[in-house]
Write a protein that binds this ligand. Structure first.
Ligand SMILES: [Zn+2]
Length: 259
């Protein structure tokens, strides 16, 4: 069963079987998405997928199970900012520092732990948050006695399974404001997409190398902030992909609760 924490009372929460209860914390970002998509693109995708998950019959939304025969998922209010320093040179990008994001997550973990719960699923829609959360998850488990699971919409394994083969561009290159995100926005909120400003902006190699170095979007794009192929986007692709994201998220949550 999945429920929004903000709609419950403390008595509802206290009655739950702690071993079978998972808190789900959605995290997004406010950052540039090229000249054609809004700064809140990651947040729009996050909240729309989340709504789909909450509304889906597959998620068993209904009464929470106090006997603990089934898992309970308690969805926290989303954090609509993330760590976006790679886009910092573009106006409107609002980035939490690594320290701030870690502190917020640690305060959530401390609160969960204080009340005897021991599982947190971070549901993340911004690639820049992923490595930071991964790096801390072992330490957090040790310090807070809370197991941390991470579902990242753009991680390489997220799309495994039955991802619809609707996209022309390679997912490893179409990484930001490209075919995938632009299609989703056309589906969710077409009026916020400036179609006349859509312009592919990959002039340099964005593929991964055998070493890592910090990077800035304006170093690897020609300047408009798009890293991908939005010219291939369509509303129809967005509708199909949006359905897939909801189904795949439910599938991964089920994998976690059956671990
Ligand atoms: Zn994005």
């Amino acid at each position: 069963m999945i429920r929004e924490l903000n709609k419950m009372t403390w008595c509802d929460v206290e009655a739950l079987n702690k071993e079978k209860t998972y808190f789900l914390f959605p995290v997004g970002s406010v950052e540039q998405h090229g000249p054609h998509l809004p700064l809140g693109t990651d947040d729009l995708i996050l909240t729309n997928v989340l709504s789909g998950v909450l509304e889906s019959e597959d998620t068993m939304s209904g009464e929470l199970d106090v006997d603990g025969k089934e898992a309970n998922i308690l969805c926290l209010p989303p954090l609509l900012f993330g760590n976006s320093h790679e886009h910092y040179s573009f106006p409107g990008t609002i980035s939490l520092s690594c320290n701030t994001l870690v502190s917020i997550l640690e305060d959530v973990l401390a609160s969960i732990s204080e009340h005897g719960f021991n599982k947190l699923i971070v549901f993340n829609s911004h690639g820049g948050n992923t490595d930071l959360i991964k790096a801390y998850s072992q330490e957090w488990e040790q310090r807070f006695s809370v197991k941390v699971f991470l579902i990242s919409l753009w991680s390489s394994l997220y799309g495994e399974g039955d991802e619809p083969s609707i996209f022309i561009s390679d997912a490893n290159v179409d990484i930001h404001a490209g075919e995938r995100e632009s299609s989703l926005l056309m589906h969710y909120e077409v009026e916020s997409v400036k179609s006349d400003l859509i312009c592919s902006d990959i002039s340099r190699d964005v593929s991964f190398k055998p070493f890592y170095s910090g990077w800035q979007t304006d170093e690897i794009s020609t300047g408009n902030g798009t890293l991908g192929y939005p010219e291939h986007a369509s509303k129809e692709k967005g509708a199909e992909y949006a359905r897939f994201l909801v189904e795949r998220t439910i599938e991964i949550v089920n994998m976690i609760i059956n671990e």
